[in-house]
Design a binder for this molecule. Sequence first.
Ligand SMILES: NC(=O)c1ccc[n+]([C@@H]2O[C@H](COP(=O)([O-])OP(=O)(O)OC[C@H]3O[C@@H](n4cnc5c(N)ncnc54)[C@H](O)[C@@H]3O)[C@@H](O)[C@H]2O)c1
Length: 385
Amino acid sequence: MKNPLRIGLIGSKFMGRAHSNAWKKAASFFETPLRPVLQVACARHRHSLEEFAAQWGWQQTETDWKKVVNSPDVDVVDIALPQQLHYEVALAAAREGKHIFCEKPVAMNSRQAEEMLRVCEENKVVHYLNHNYRRTPAIAFARRLIDAGKLGRIFHWRCAYQQDWIVDPAFPLTWQLRAETAQAGPQWDLNSHAVDLAHYLIGPIATVSGLTAQFVAERPLADESSSGNLQADALGDALGKVTVEDAALMMVQFANGAVGSFEATRFATGRKNALTFEIYGSKGSLKFDLERMNELEFYSAEDADGCQGFRTIQTTEASHPYAAHWWPPGHIIGYEHSFVHAAVDFIEAVASGTPIEPNFASGVQILKVLEAGLESARTQKQIVL
Ligand SMILES: NC(=O)c1ccc[n+]([C@@H]2O[C@H](COP(=O)([O-])OP(=O)(O)OC[C@H]3O[C@@H](n4cnc5c(N)ncnc54)[C@H](O)[C@@H]3O)[C@@H](O)[C@H]2O)c1
């Protein structure tokens, strides 16, 4: 029997479910060096927490996150909470010597993220920031193609992250739409993923110009006890102010000379979770769409004359990243698998004592770009990082 790695999960809604599934599947589909144990789950509302814990097989429940962090039965603190709480919980967890698996965006601002990084380093704990899209086979394979020089010199990055879950002005004022709980709107929520991918695939960003827009200024107050999975009920007729942006755009220059654009919105009617990017280089190009996440489009200028064109690669061959652990070729995988891959790589990092990326250092760099985007939108000036 492998040594157990006892997980303390804090947050039991959208990400709580995705993480529970990941911990459960990790050691069944992959040869993990440690066996994750669903030790304790924590959330604010006792009744729904008990149902959640019974459904997923968590051994204990707790409504006070401090008790999870302080528990001698917990090795890993899994932070599946709104970002307002990441800083406080991560600092407490690191000081207790717990390894940390933390949802994105890392924190409310880069100063918090820097302190989270410092305290983790001081206490020698593994810290992982869950920009899970890096761990889809298609995106990990895109990185392999870039590293192998198949794109040549990269000129362009073009990325859009589009959703439509708040187009209706009757959608309530959940925590994601208030600055005190979310800090920002799609700039934090969606562009954090997009900037992580740009850092992973292209490199560091040197300059940023931003633009934001708000389309709905007031919304009905939300019943937060019923919220989760980006759905929520209104408390009644009372309205509150939306204090984050509804759309966030950035134009950037990378340190390697490439240029790029980012577009993030929750107002792209008909687009549910459309994260798309295109990369154009001197020898080839790539296109990815999360809603067709098993596919990667690749154009090679090195193909024979007359045969050139974008080809669609199904990244389900055993040779593609992570794919050999699932099904035979062509038997596709989904959103939840990226979380399983993250859990597997995290377990390996804990077992071997080596760092994993992205982590809180990555989070600092991502938030510096996002902060520059908002500052630029405010001042209408380009920001040099
Ligand atoms: N990686 C991804 O693709 C992805 C997708 C969605 C959300 N997220 C991130 O995950 C985090 C959580 O988002 P979500 O969509 O799961 O939110 P959610 O609203 O669905 O769930 C939040 C959970 O936090 C719990 N909670 C809030 N305050 C608490 C407290 N003081 N003590 C204990 N529990 C508390 C709530 O009870 C709930 O269970 C956010 O930072 C978000 O940006 C990441």
